[in-house]
Design a protein around this ligand. Structure first.
Ligand code: BGC
Length: 734
């Protein structure tokens, strides 16, 4: 077994239970389980929990001072109890009421198969010793099913054991420790628990009108099954040195948005059938096959640095695990690994995560985009609420499509999300060639977002301006003409014009107004310094006093009032540079170099979305040492707990960013029109790099080392390759 696919405790920077729970978390896009300890004693540590994508509760946001149009309700992903732990009873001693000696002797996540293997050596108060091994995984063929196989072996006794699997509902611990971190969940939900019959439990949220169904089945080697909901128990007889195997399947349904008993009954019956037909060996086989196909399409091979190799696989693995796949859910900022950011979906998906899926897993990319199509009606309502005659404004952060950002300067005002979404549809179309999806579903999103720009922006003199908005840099709020926003809106409008002409579905009068706005878009520039201006007034502010700011005062957002931050020239993350990264054909190398130097000096990287962009641009401007150093921070961010808060969940956008740093940075991938260009910028620390892309359904293999670049089409159809130089290749889409 290749150890570069195995995650063990030795790979981690700290051993705190909460951190381990996040890093070893399992997910399949529908379910996510934090991997807390399996035998919990009287004194439990950590923050165990299970999440269901899109299962959230809501409650009113209470404002000290309210204003018209503020977001009305919080949406918070529901944290369900841990579903992996066992209660073991021997001679009247219960594992959850005493503190037995529990030593973890093995703990490894096999990223090649998505299976987690653990082993514990346990000793009761009376000195009875046994081992407990557990194999856990979440099915990808039946996403509602989680599988746990426990193997118990008595070491110095024979006798009875009572094994109970109990799903114990308890309160969330988020923000309970006295620290107020705005990046963590801000509310707790009260759940209504109703036993429907002996086999099924209904768990209903208090306000969001959602319910899920839970059931479980316990199977032992003797062939007898126990079926239950909240709790199943099994009495087993263990003989010294003989293994007893218990297989437990827990079923957690998709969120149902109804209390109609017929709908619930139908779902229950469907899942009962699935549950009763499960076979462990078959599930294992399917899992191995599924992940083998995943790695086949999405692996990145790095020669010469095993730690980095594992770090990259770890990131790609979590990206794959945590994406919603049903067209109704998306990719939360922390995936399904923790409560950070309340399970909300942000622009992170479109700008940092989707490229990985578009280029290597296009079917999942389509599902993530379909989610945006599904919430378009909410975005249209929101635009109306903001006094826009027509068009759509997508929520800055949301689960159900409604705006959930209680702090509008760094939330709703980030209207660039509209153009980010449009950009992702455009990239999807270019790379997959799926024109049908765009015509049938995507185009309406593009037109409605274009309408928003035309309504919200204004012609001021000869320039089309977008005023009173916040760009990606959340340390600069409510500005006029944020460069990134305007550039992206311009692209959104132009793409809308292209689609309107191609599909002939919008009146010329309307699309020509979009065209004019795109052409007249203000893109702030300082001619004297020859620098792109982040916004109209960025250069009129005083520089942040970096030299006088102690290290412990970062991230600034936890130490300074927003007013103090906003009045300074300081960036939380890449902003104007992100625009240059996305549209390289529009900027000279000298321009990018100048801007890079300037913005690097004023950027704190307090957001995990920052470093990858700096790495990519450093690669493209041939500052390879810098590119590598930023890249290493992104590649190993959660494995080293660089941001110090991985306990609240993975930094999913950064994981996508590390993929971007390799593909857009080291492999210099850029795309425009009908071409995709690849250029070798491999830093000296990496001997060789290999990965695959899927372009217009065709697998493309890219290999590069310190000497040359090779691109091969695994099956040739719509693509051809032009080798421009030894280190530059253009893929042409016919
Ligand atoms: C970043 C945003 C990001 C959000 C969720 C914030 O810290 O500034 O750009 O969308 O985190 O990841």
């Amino acid at each position: 077994m290749n150890s570069e696919y195995l995650l063990t405790l030795n790979d981690l920077n700290n051993q705190s239970p909460e951190y381990i729970e996040t890093l070893f978390a399992l997910s399949n896009g529908h379910l996510g389980i934090r991997t807390s300890s399996v035998v919990k004693g009287k004194t439990t540590h950590g923050n165990p929990g299970t999440f269901i994508n899109g299962f959230y509760d809501t409650h009113p946001i209470v404002y000290g001072e309210w204003a018209y149009g503020y977001a009305k309700n919080h949406q918070t992903i529901v944290k369900l109890p841990d579903i992996r732990s066992l209660i073991i009873e021997i001679d009247g001693e219960k594992s959850n009421e005493t503190d037995w000696l529990v030593e973890q002797t093995d703990f490894q996540l096999n990223m090649k198969t998505g299976m987690l293997e653990e082993r514990y050596e346990i000793e009761t108060l009376q000195g009875k010793k046994f081992t407990l091994s557990l194999c856990s995984f979440l099915s990808y063929s039946h996403s509602e099913i989680s599988i746990f196989q426990y193997t118990i072996e008595a070491l110095n006794f024979s006798g009875e054991m009572m094994i109970t699997k109990n799903i114990a509902f308890q309160e969330s611990k988020a923000n309970d420790e006295g620290t107020i971190d705005p990046r963590v969940a801000s509310s707790k939900s009260k759940l209504g628990i109703k036993q429907l019959n002996n086999e099924w439990l209904e768990v209903r949220t208090e306000f969001s009108g959602q319910a899920i169904l839970i059931s479980q089945l316990m199977e032992t080697t003797d062939g007898a099954n126990e079926i239950g909901c909240q709790s199943v128990s099994k009495r087993v007889f263990v003989r010294e040195n003989q293994a007893v195997i218990l297989t437990n399947y827990v079923v957690l349904s998709k969120p149902l948005t109804t209390d109609n008993c017929h709908v619930i009954e139908t779902e229950k019956n469907k899942l009962t059938e699935v549950r009763n037909s499960l076979k462990f060996d078959q599930l294992v086989e399917e899992q191995v096959q599924h992940f083998s196909e995943f790695w086949q399409a999405s692996d990145i091979e790095i020669t010469g640095d095993p730690i980095l190799q594992k770090g990259i696989r770890f990131n790609v693995f979590h990206l794959y695990q945590n994406a919603g796949r049903d067209g109704l859910t998306n990719f939360a900022a922390k995936g399904l690994t923790g409560e950070g950011y309340e399970g909300h979906y942000f622009w992170d998906t479109e700008m940092y995560i989707l490229p990985f899926f578009i280029y290597t897993q296009p079917k999942i990319a389509k599902q993530l985009l379909t989610y945006r199509v599904s919430i378009l009606p909410k975005a249209q309502e929101r635009a109306k609420e903001l006094a826009q005659e027509s068009g759509a404004l997508f929520a800055w952060r949301t689960i159900n499509g409604e705006e959930a950002s209680a702090y509008y300067p760094a939330g709703t005002a980030q209207v660039h999300i509209n153009a980010d979404i449009a950009y992702a549809f455009q990239l999807y179309e270019r790379v997959t060639g799926d024109h049908q999806f765009i015509a049938e579903s995507g185009a309406e999103v593009i037109f409605e977002t274009a309408r928003f720009w035309l309504n919200y922006g204004s012609w001021i003199g000869a320039e089309f301006c977008i005023n009173g908005v916040t760009g990606p840099d959340e340390y600069t709020a409510l500005v006029n003409n944020n460069y990134y926003t305007n550039k992206m809106a311009q692209n959104n409008l132009s793409y809308a014009v292209t689609l309107a002409q191609r599909l002939n579905s919008v009146k010329e009068e309307e699309w020509s107004a979009w065209q004019e706005a795109a052409e007249g878009m203000k893109l702030p520039y300082d001619h004297e310094q020859q620098l792109i201006k982040q916004d109209d007034t960025f250069f009129e502010k005083a520089k942040w006093p970096f030299a006088e700011t102690p290290k412990e005062n970062y991230p600034l957002l936890l130490h300074y009032h927003p007013m103090i931050i906003y009045k300074h020239q300081v960036c939380k993350q890449a902003d104007a540079l992100l625009a240059e990264m996305l549209f390289p054909q529009d900027y000279s190398m000298e321009q990018i170099q100048r801007d890079y130097q300037f913005y690097e000096d004023v950027t704190t990287h307090d957001s995990s979305l920052s470093r990858s962009i700096f790495s990519i641009l450093a690669s493209r401007t041939k500052q390879l040492d810098k590119a590598y150093s930023y890249f290493m921070d992104t590649a190993l961010m959660d494995l080293t707990d660089l941001q110090g808060n991985a306990k609240d969940g993975i930094h999913a956008a950064n994981m996508g960013g590390s993929w971007l740093s390799i593909i857009y940075g080291f492999a210099g991938l850029t795309s425009a029109g009908q071409t995709i260009q690849i250029e070798n910028h491999l830093p000296k620390e990496i001997e060789a790099l290999a990965f695959k892309l899927t372009i217009h359904g065709t697998p493309v293999k890219v290999q590069m080392d310190q000497q040359e670049l090779n691109v091969t089409l695994l099956e040739s159809n719509e693509l051809s390759i032009k080798q421009v130089t030894k280190n530059k290749v253009i893929i042409v889409i016919h």
